[in-house]
Design a protein around this ligand. Structure first.
Ligand SMILES: C[S@@+](CC[C@H](N)C(=O)[O-])C[C@H]1O[C@@H](n2cnc3c(N)ncnc32)[C@H](O)[C@@H]1O
Length: 294
């Protein structure tokens, strides 16, 4: 069973508008919430290709959707075209990417995605990747660490934290999430209820670096557009500033060039309603942007 609650489901379905017999790609299967809804609408003659870099999500998905008309693949969406070609999805009606991590990974992976549990500092979606979060903390230079916290977490005290990490690791290498929480605490104390815990931004930044999330997203976007039929739609849900900006700029650049190949359907990003956030706090930073291929 997945503990992940899918975000912006109604809005994703409204924009992607899946119809019986159509072909879709879910680039981020996760707990399968969005896939399940799309599957219901495309019916027995439709098809879905669902990817996830995390083999745990893929194993669960295969069980959950057994006997259904979809292909579930353990792959990185940075290689979308290659995977789509292999599975016969070179012309599709819609693509969804719901970025970041699922609540299943946060709660149950044991890979150190949350600062609330003491776990090994891993943070890889795909455990086949070579560099873990602990490797970055123990071996990257102080300047590289500062850039990670600044660029991927927009963390105000990036420089001070990088200095602190260098001091700490001289005495003892970083191993678990609580080692990092303690380093954050040494530069900034949590101000209390209602405020974002500073470790949230630091953990997010490190995860983005481990999984090279911005580089992968930059590779994914043009490949996704290539795979759409004319009139096909791409929906991207981003949870952090740098990713959302990348999506926005990519969409605008392609919609405003001399011979545009995209039409923007969401002038402003779509965000969850207050009611949705009440039931699913994780959705509070979600931003959905959608384009249609011309
Ligand atoms: C927010 S969850 C998706 C939740 C899903 N939409 C649902 O309704 O359950 C994001 C998922 O994308 C996966 N993921 C992140 N980056 C990926 C990448 N580059 N390639 C493939 N999967 C990726 C994560 O492992 C995670 O399972």
């Amino acid at each position: 069973m997945s503990v992940h609650i899918p975000v912006l489901v109604k809005e994703v379905l409204e924009y992607l508008n899946p119809q019986a017999g159509q072909k879709f790609i879910d680039a981020t299967l996760g707990g399968g919430g969005h896939t399940q809804e799309i599957l219901q609408r495309i019916g027995a003659n439709g098809k879905i290709l669902a990817l996830d870099a995390d083999c745990g999500a893929v194993e669960k998905g295969i069980k959950l959707f057994s006997g259904k008309n979809l292909s579930i693949v353990n792959a990185n969406f940075g290689n979308l075209k290659e995977v789509a070609e292999k599975y016969g999805f070179l012309q599709v009606d819609g693509i969804l990417a719901d970025l970041g991590l699922s609540s299943d990974q946060l709660e149950n992976s044991g890979r150190g995605f949350t600062f609330q549990k003491d776990e090994p500092l891993d943070m890889r979606f795909d455990t086949g990747l070579e560099i873990s979060a602990a490797d970055i903390l123990n071996f990257y230079s102080q300047d590289e660490l500062k850039i990670i916290f600044e660029n991927y977490g927009e963390y105000r005290l990036a420089g001070q934290l990088a200095v602190q990490i260098r001091k700490i690791r001289k005495k003892k290498p970083f191993k678990t999430t609580f080692d990092l929480v303690e380093a954050v605490r040494q530069v900034q104390t949590y101000q209390g209820r209602g405020r974002i815990h500073p470790a949230t931004l630091v953990f997010q930044a490190l995860r983005v670096a481990v999984n090279q999330e911005l580089e992968v997203l930059a590779n994914f976007l043009p490949q996704a557009i290539d795979l759409l039929v004319s009139g096909g739609r791409l929906a991207v849900i981003a949870f952090q500033g740098a990713e959302d900006r990348m999506v926005k700029v990519f969409f605008r650049t392609n919609a405003r060039k001399e011979n545009p190949n995209l039409k923007i359907l969401t002038k402003k990003p779509i965000m969850p309603t207050f009611d949705e956030i009440k039931n699913n706090l994780r959705g509070r930073s979600a931003k959905l942007r959608v384009v249609e291929k011309i």
